[in-house]
Design a binder for this molecule. Structure first.
Ligand SMILES: Cc1cc2nc3c(=O)[nH]c(=O)nc-3n(C[C@H](O)[C@H](O)[C@H](O)COP(=O)(O)OP(=O)(O)OC[C@H]3O[C@@H](n4cnc5c(N)ncnc54)[C@H](O)[C@@H]3O)c2cc1C
Length: 408
């Protein structure tokens, strides 16, 4: 099953967004001249998601989607507004919700992720939002324009940005977080406390170590607020559940691929069958992929990072064309977030660290630099307002990734 496949003539990409489009462009750039089909369940032409929790929410006039630049050289067939519901590896076919089947001899899985639903108390049918796509952002933007108070549940990167957008629009914002500080599990307590300070300075009512126990509604069923585990109540006419994302693998549940926590794949991003062997004609890229991470000793992880989706798309497309001769994926993860006028940037995998070293922390200039280590080795770095410091960390992490690949 691991032999190099014959060069495919007919490639289907499921997921027509960032990773899907970049995979398509790489296939053409690498000389693929066969038939290329992009399937996506959204109707819009591909757009970029990061602005949806930032400038899109604060823009003065109704903003259009930020279109993803797509190469003119694609010569692709676009099937938009079509949902894939099943994959048949033996017949090499994707089935759609209307029963139609599409055959392939090379497949790219790039279906991204969906907003994680709440495991908490039942939410009223109006006034409570999640944010993943353009439609969600349009609905939320409307609620922010109409509303006076906003409750954001979850102070991760997405929740933090949405809270900041609500505040920038002049709403009273409450940000509720179960941890002791925003992002603490990902960036450590000191950096988390610094981010908490940024929120509080902006006038956000940050409640840590707490969760929502009940949503409150008015007589007509509209959201009016919530009760928290500490017994207090907050007022809100809109709420956003920002609880993270789940890889979009539902359509693959009977496919014979390993899909828990994302589509598992090998270092060349070939999807893994249930018995752990790579499927040579199926590759995976972006938020849906659970790939071995060199900086975490090869532990498979799914990352919700824009650059990861782009980098993996390139490797996945090359693997489809070159099989086992293609290079392994060893790009260093990187991430950014814009918060209250400062840019947070990270490289590597701060979340897997056992030790955090804070090299600079200055609340007055809002600057911070921290490095992250695991068993004594550098695994990541994070800056706030100090982006230029990351290049040196990036070089060290790239060398560590390559060393891991040489060692296995
Ligand atoms: C609001 C928001 C803000 C973000 N901000 C940042 C940021 O500041 N920095 C950063 O690094 N990253 C950010 N990200 C993450 C970044 O946008 C993602 O990592 C990136 O979009 C992943 O691209 P993807 O192509 O893998 O998945 P997606 O962009 O999720 O695309 C997957 C596509 O597949 C479609 N699809 C799913 N299932 C099916 C199916 N069964 N059939 C057909 N089509 C299907 C989806 O509808 C979607 O169009 C943000 C994400 C969001 C949602």
């Amino acid at each position: 099953m691991t032999a190099t496949p014959p060069r495919p003539r007919d490639i289907v990409i499921v997921g027509a967004s960032l990773a899907g489009v970049r995979a398509a462009e790489t296939l053409r750039a690498e000389g693929f001249t066969g038939r290329l089909t992009l399937v996506g369940n959204e109707r819009l032409t591909p757009y970029d998601r990061p602005p949806l929790s930032k400038g899109f929410l604060t823009a003065e006039h109704d903003p259009p989607a930020t279109r993803l630049p797509v190469s003119d050289e694609l010569r692709a067939r676009w099937l938009l507004g079509r949902t894939a519901v099943a994959l048949d590896l033996r017949d090499r076919a994707v089935t759609f919700s209307d029963g139609a089947r599409l055959r392939y001899d090379g497949l790219v899985i790039a279906t991204g992720a969906t907003a994680r639903p709440s495991a908490g108390p039942p939410a009223p049918s109006s006034g409570v939002f999640t944010l993943r796509g353009h439609d969600d952002a349009t609905r939320l933007r409307g609620a922010l324009a109409r509303g006076r108070s906003l409750l954001v549940v979850g102070a991760g990167f997405l929740g933090g940005e949405i809270a900041a957008a609500g505040r920038a629009r002049g709403l009273d914002v409450t940000l509720v977080e179960t941890g002791a500080a925003p992002l603490e599990r990902v960036v450590g307590p000191e950096v988390g406390a610094f981010v908490g300070m940024l929120h509080r300075e902006a006038g956000i009512d940050l409640r840590t170590d707490t969760a929502v126990t009940e949503f409150r509604t008015t007589a007509d069923g509209s959201l009016s607020g919530a009760r928290l585990t500490d017994g207090t109540e907050v007022t809100a006419d809109a709420a956003v559940l920002a609880l993270g994302a789940l890889p979009a693998t539902d359509w693959l549940s009977d496919s014979g691929l390993r899909t828990e926590g994302g589509v598992h794949c090998d270092t060349r991003l070939r999807a893994l069958a249930l018995d752990g062997t790579p499927v040579p004609d199926v590759v995976v890229a972006g938020d849906v992929a659970r790939a071995p991470q060199p900086l975490a000793d090869g532990t498979p992880m799914a990352l919700g990072h824009w650059t990861n989706a782009v980098d993996q798309a390139v490797t996945a497309a090359r693997t489809l064309l070159r099989g086992a001769d293609s290079p392994a994926f060893d790009e260093v993860p990187s991430f950014w977030s814009d918060l209250h006028g400062v840019r947070i940037r990270s490289v590597g995998l701060p979340a897997v660290a056992d030790t955090v070293k804070v090299h600079e922390i200055d609340t007055s200039t809002r600057r911070l630099e921290a490095s992250y280590h695991r068993a004594g080795r550098l695994v990541g770095a994070l800056t706030i307002g100090r982006t230029s410091r990351l290049a040196a960390y990036h070089r060290s992490l790239a060398e560590a990734s390559r060393a891991h690949h040489r060692a296995v």
